[in-house]
Design a protein around this ligand. Structure first.
Ligand SMILES: [Zn+2]
Ligand SMILES: [Zn+2]
Length: 421
């Protein structure tokens, strides 16, 4: 008998696969409420038109709430490319009965930013498109930015900065998220963003802050170094994920981290930090903020930059991971099953970090962490655990380039969550 991933987690109510649907969403986007360069309703409409089911607009240290006016000259300065005025595009899309402008004492035009409560009424369609309240809690420790997205929150969470260490600073912010979840009675998930932004975080930081359950395996901002830097040991997101998960499962007896795919888009009029690159596919009972967050907290999702999976199942009785890839015509796929074995080499070597690195040293972990256990060219690849693995995860790699790659030649991928732990 095949069990759903849910069954492995002993939930009070087991759902059959027929009750569940895949929902596509992005939980990391910026608008004029912080450093993005378009109106939140324009950005939301773009995601809706592209077929996303949900969006979390995650501006830095703010919710889209309260009265906020922005000068048109400021908006135009944020625009990257030449082209029509941002306000003109906004008026064209939504009309002057929706768009609110005024003239300040110097004769300058100002535009009011719509609050989430306002624009969700305009754009949400029950069961079809959902806006989930989000915030990028943007803290830091010294020169290291610590950015954490809180999804499905109801009040702004002020960033806590510069506690005694990177790890304690992350913990304090995660504690504030957890406290609000208890207070509000709604689940709130938090994901640690772009660990390599300004080379802020190492794999061991992500391992030891066990209060965190999620990090970005893919972030669409071209300046956050998903692939790491050869001069900084173990710095690719893939290595960070496997090292953190090996330490968590083997040494700390804790669940692994789950991997998110996100956009972190800021530019909507040209530029390089554009939307439509990374997302999650969440398997949930319905399109509802609490249901989506609970599904992600159970690991019922995968990250993608273009590859679609029709099914991901971990069969608990045979201990095998089954995938069904939704093949696009003309595309070829290779699935890598990666994991770490229980007897992995736990030796850690300190290596010098480049001068601009905020970390005094980098840590080099054993090569057998996250090793390739098997690969397949099938559209229905299967991996059966031998019992020696701490966990196994799959990376599905297409030979097709992403629709909007962050860096030239980036191919479409999908990442399942670790299983078998
Ligand atoms: Zn950030
Ligand atoms: Zn961001």
């Amino acid at each position: 008998m095949r069990f759903h991933l849910l069954a492995a987690l002993a939930l009070p109510v087991l759902l059959s696969a027929e009750d569940l649907h895949w929902f596509k969403g992005n939980t990391h986007t910026h608008s004029l409420w912080s450093d993005g360069n378009d109106f939140p309703d324009m950005i939301s409409a773009w995601y809706q038109e592209q077929g996303y089911d949900f969006l979390g607009m995650s501006d830095h240290n703010t919710l889209a709430a309260g009265e906020r006016w922005v000068k048109e000259s400021v908006i135009e300065k944020k625009k990257i490319a030449l082209g029509p005025k941002v306000l003109d595009k906004y008026l064209k899309r939504f009309g002057d009965s929706w768009v609110e402008t005024r003239t300040d004492k110097d004769g300058q035009t100002e535009v009011r930013l719509k609050t989430l409560e306002e624009y969700r009424k305009k754009l949400e369609v029950p069961g079809k498109f959902l806006l989930v309240q989000a915030e990028e809690i943007s803290a830091g420790f010294g020169k290291s930015p610590i950015h954490i997205n809180a999804i499905n929150l109801s009040e702004v969470i002020p960033a806590t900065k510069d506690l005694v260490s990177i790890r304690e600073t992350i913990r304090a912010n995660l504690k504030a998220v957890a406290e609000q979840a208890v207070k509000s009675g709604h689940p709130i998930m938090a994901h640690i963003n772009h660990p390599n932004f300004k080379w802020a975080l190492r794999a061991d930081d992500l391992a030891h802050v066990i209060e965190d359950r999620f990090f970005e395996i893919y972030n669409g901002h071209p300046g956050v170094y998903n692939d790491g830097d050869p001069a900084r040991a173990d710095s690719s997101h893939e290595r960070i994920w496997d090292i953190a998960n090996a330490i968590r499962i083997a040494e700390l007896k804790q669940p692994p981290l789950f991997g998110m795919g996100t956009d972190d888009s800021h530019n909507y009029h040209g530029g390089t930090v554009t939307p439509g690159r990374g997302w999650v596919m969440v398997r949930a009972a319905r399109l509802d903020p609490d249901k989506l967050v609970e599904a992600m907290q159970r690991g019922e999702f995968y990250a993608s930059t273009g590859v679609t999976l029709d099914d991901v199942q971990f069969d608990k009785s045979t201990r095998s991971l089954h995938l069904k890839i939704h093949g696009q015509s003309g595309a070829r796929y290779r699935t890598e099953f990666r994991g770490t074995l229980k007897n992995y080499d736990r030796a850690v070597k300190e290596v010098a970090a480049p001068a601009d690195d905020p970390q005094p040293v980098r840590l080099q972990h054993g090569e057998d962490i996250g090793k390739l256990l098997a690969s397949s060219d099938s559209l229905e690849p299967v991996y059966t655990l031998t019992g020696d693995e701490l966990y196994v995860r799959a990376i599905i790699i297409s030979d097709q380039v992403m629709t909007n790659p962050a860096l030239p030649g980036q191919v479409q991928k999908a990442w399942t969550q670790p299983v078998g732990w």
